[in-house]
Design a protein around this ligand. Structure first.
Ligand code: DQA
Length: 151
């Protein structure tokens, strides 16, 4: 099973950006945490291959989603960063490829500024996990594995 984890703008600045909201751990800490979790799952014979991508550019994220279709990726987890709140192009890209996609956020966007309460990505996704920092991604992986296994 191949899962692609996409992180959008400013997530490469984890640990530097607003640590009171996003924590003090870095983007590479996040990747290591998710690789370790993948290893634990593979030890339990889940047979999971997790790929990572981060970009600050909307078009690069759309290209990666289209590439996922061509590469037969089974599921996508996306933290679209601020694109969450206004990128209809990323919404459309997710709809285009027909790959099960889960939205994640480190923070709880429902409890922050008004503009963050709207996600234009959510309607293209099968679920959203948020507000638990790195743990949000872990929950998303487990959920996605279950959903893909049902196919
Ligand atoms: C975020 C929340 C967004 O509102 C913000 O623009 C981000 C990170 C989160 O993970 O909590 O860049 O997606």
């Amino acid at each position: 099973m191949k899962i692609l984890i996409i992180n959008g703008p400013n997530l490469n600045f984890l640990g530097i950006r607003e640590p009171n909201i996003y924590g003090t751990k870095s983007y590479s800490d996040l990747i290591n945490y998710l690789k370790e979790f993948t290893k634990q799952l593979n030890d339990k014979k889940i047979n999971l291959n997790v790929l990572f991508f981060q970009s600050n550019h909307e078009g690069a994220i759309i290209d990666k989603i289209q590439e996922a279709y061509l590469n037969h990726i089974d599921g996508i987890i996306i933290n679209p960063g601020a694109f969450t709140h206004y990128s209809y192009a990323i919404h459309d890209a997710i709809k285009s490829v027909n790959i099960k996609t889960v939205e994640v956020h480190l923070s709880n966007i429902n409890e922050r500024e008004e503009f963050r309460k709207i996600s234009v990505i959510r309607p293209a996704c099968i679920n959203t996990f948020m507000g638990k920092q790195f743990e949000s991604y872990r929950e998303a992986i487990l959920y996605l594995i279950d959903e893909i296994s049902k196919e």
